[in-house]
Structures are given as C-alpha cells and as structure tokens.
Design a protein around this ligand. Sequence first.
Ligand SMILES: *[C@@H]1O[C@H](CO)[C@@H](O)[C@H](O)[C@H]1NC(C)=O
Ligand SMILES: *[C@@H]1O[C@H](CO)[C@@H](O)[C@H](O)[C@H]1NC(C)=O
Ligand SMILES: *[C@@H]1O[C@H](CO)[C@@H](O)[C@H](O)[C@H]1NC(C)=O
Length: 356
Amino acid sequence: MLEFILGLLFGVICYAAHIYFTYELLVWTIITQAILLVLFVAIYRRLVGGRLDVKDRAVLITGCDTGIGHGLAKHLDGLGFTVFAGCYNANGQDAQSLRKGASERLHIVQLDVRSDEDVQKAVDYVKQNASGLWAVVNNAGVEEPGEVELCKMEWYYKIAEVNYFGIIRITKAFLPFIRKSKGRVLVVTSVKERMYLPANSAYVITKHAMGAFCDILRLEMSQWGVKVCAIEPGHFGECTKIVTANHYKASHDAIWESLSPELKLAYGKEYVHHPVNSTSPLGIVDLSATKLNKLIHNMTDALLEISPKERYLVSGYWFDIFVITVYLRMVLPTSLLDKIIMLIWQSNFPKPDALK
Ligand SMILES: *[C@@H]1O[C@H](CO)[C@@H](O)[C@H](O)[C@H]1NC(C)=O
Ligand SMILES: *[C@@H]1O[C@H](CO)[C@@H](O)[C@H](O)[C@H]1NC(C)=O
Ligand SMILES: *[C@@H]1O[C@H](CO)[C@@H](O)[C@H](O)[C@H]1NC(C)=O
C-alpha cells in the first residue's frame, strides 16, 4: 500500500515537473526527475526496506544449549542485543560454554519449554533484568525417526510436548512483552513445515502445525504492530545436533525392541536398522550444511528488517533436497512428487522383508 502511494506521488510530481519545464529547460526536467528518484529510493528504503538499530533491544531464545539457538545467542550478543538464552539445562556444560567470550548482557536462563514453572520464572526474570522484550525466538525442538506403523506412540507425545505445546506455551507467556514493544515472534518451523517424507511423521506433523500457528498468529498480531516470522531451515542436520548418529542408533534400537513379532517379521531387522549411520531421514547426510552462518544471518534479518518476510526458507546446501521438495510441491501434482520422494527413499533404504 505504502509502495503504491509513494509510487503514485512520485508519478504525479514528475508529471507536474515535466509540464512546467517543457521545451525550455529539458535539462532541468531530467535533473529534477533524477533528484526525485534518489529521494524516492531513500524514502522507500527507510520505510520499507530499511533496518532497525539494535540499540537496547532484548531477545529471548529457547533451546540455546546447542545448535541454532546457541549460535544465534552468541551472534546477537555480539551485535549488542540483550540476550536471554533459554537453556534446557542451564547448569550444563553446553549452556555454560555460552559465557565464553560473551558480554555482560547475555543471561543464561533455565527454560524447559514443557515446564509452566520454568516459563513463569523466565517471565519474571526478564521483567527484572530488562526494560522490555523485542522478540521471542521459538527454537527449541526435538526429533525422533520412524514410520507411522513403527514409531513409538510415546514419541508422538514427547515431540508434541516440545515442538508444539512448548512453542504455544512460550509464545503465550511472552506476548504481553512483545505487544508492548511492537516486536517480533520467530518460530523455527523447519523446511518440513512445507514438505513431507517417510519415517519422520512425529516430527513433521508438529512442524506443519506450527506453520499454521505462524499464519494465524501473524493475522491476530497485525493489529498490534507485531510481526511473526516462520524460520524454515533446510538441511542443517549436521550442525543443529537435533539428531546425531548415536541418537538415531539408540532410537532405531528402541523401535526394534518395541515391535510386535508380527511387525518384526513384516519389516525385518535390516530395514529397521538401516538408517543407523545416517542423520537424515532421506539418507543424504553428506548434503547437510556444515555451518550455521547463513541461517543466523537470515534470522537476524527477521529480527531487524523493518518489513521482515513471513517465511525465511534457507537452504543448507546449494543442492538442498528438502528445499527443492518445497518448490517441487508448488508445481508438481502430488502423485508425481510422491513417486520422486519414494524413488530417493527406496534408493537409500532396503525393502521391508515381507516385500522382498
Ligand atoms: C535479574 O533477575 C534475577 C531474578 O529475578 C535477580 O535475582 C537479579 O538480581 C537480576 N539481575 C540484575 C542484573 O538485575
Ligand atoms: C555403519 O557404518 C559402519 C562403519 O562405517 C559400517 O561398518 C556398518 O556396516 C554401517 N551400518 C549400516 C547399517 O549401514
Ligand atoms: C538469507 O541471506 C542471504 C544472504 O546471506 C540472502 O541472499 C538470502 O536471500 C536470504 N534468504 C532469505 C530467505 O531471506
């Protein structure tokens, strides 16, 4: 709307200037138009494309023990933000290593997003240690593998507790701050907010749900001047530590142990255990990003750009199969996309015993 009005205004001024100077001072017309163009670009940049100063802005981030949260906390501290780094285990080695090289402004806060008590304490802590809060970054997340038929029922609950209820709990608790500052809510929804793949349902469905959560919250908060951004990292599995090879091995062992004799017979040990060396459900671990820089840079954009994007889809690698799947989903019929996904899947995984 603003762009349209500015564009219209610019057009009218140019036209007036043009009529005024016709014939006699064509040169003046060109100069006037050039000056107006520069002015227009400057105003446009300031109002629409500009960036806010960090000043004394404060940000609360969940899941700062490792991975994206850890990296973002350090980066924002370096930029001058007051950072409240929520950690699942604030006394742990990972959390405490945040202090290394950090400023006095960085606070490590005990914050298990599943705990009403932790969250209330964090709210009180922020109240007493900052004059306000500019943004909350919902980053904490957990993941477990397994086909719908194999994945343990309890894992659906476990993942939802963090990736779904945890995000809602944190957002509700901190929104009063954010409304006051006309600030930002960021949700790390993952690329899996907009794509799907086999053997990852307990995780993927929470991400799809959070995509809708962002859309709805964005609408509701627009009248308060609050911006809501979904952060969709592509394949960053290598550096987020959300899943490690050891974790995956333990999970697949646990899956195998939990299966009924019938399911063991149908799927077979080889099939269930195959992904133990892989941290990627599609088995393409080598194509994961190895650094978080780009993602953290984009998240900083979401915090500081005057007009942030609704969604930041960030490739981990130039050939990021997950991000490519998002784009394919926009143009291909579902039946064709399904075939492509299963082709990749089956080229990396053996067949279930009963299908051999
Ligand atoms: C921050 O808050 C905690 C807990 O409410 C309080 O004990 C502490 O003194 C505060 N720190 C500063 C620097 O105000
Ligand atoms: C996993 O990797 C190890 C060592 O590289 C190898 O010996 C083993 O066969 C692999 N397991 C599977 C299931 O691919
Ligand atoms: C992320 O940042 C890079 C520059 O580092 C930029 O080229 C890219 O467009 C950004 N991505 C998004 C989704 O904004």
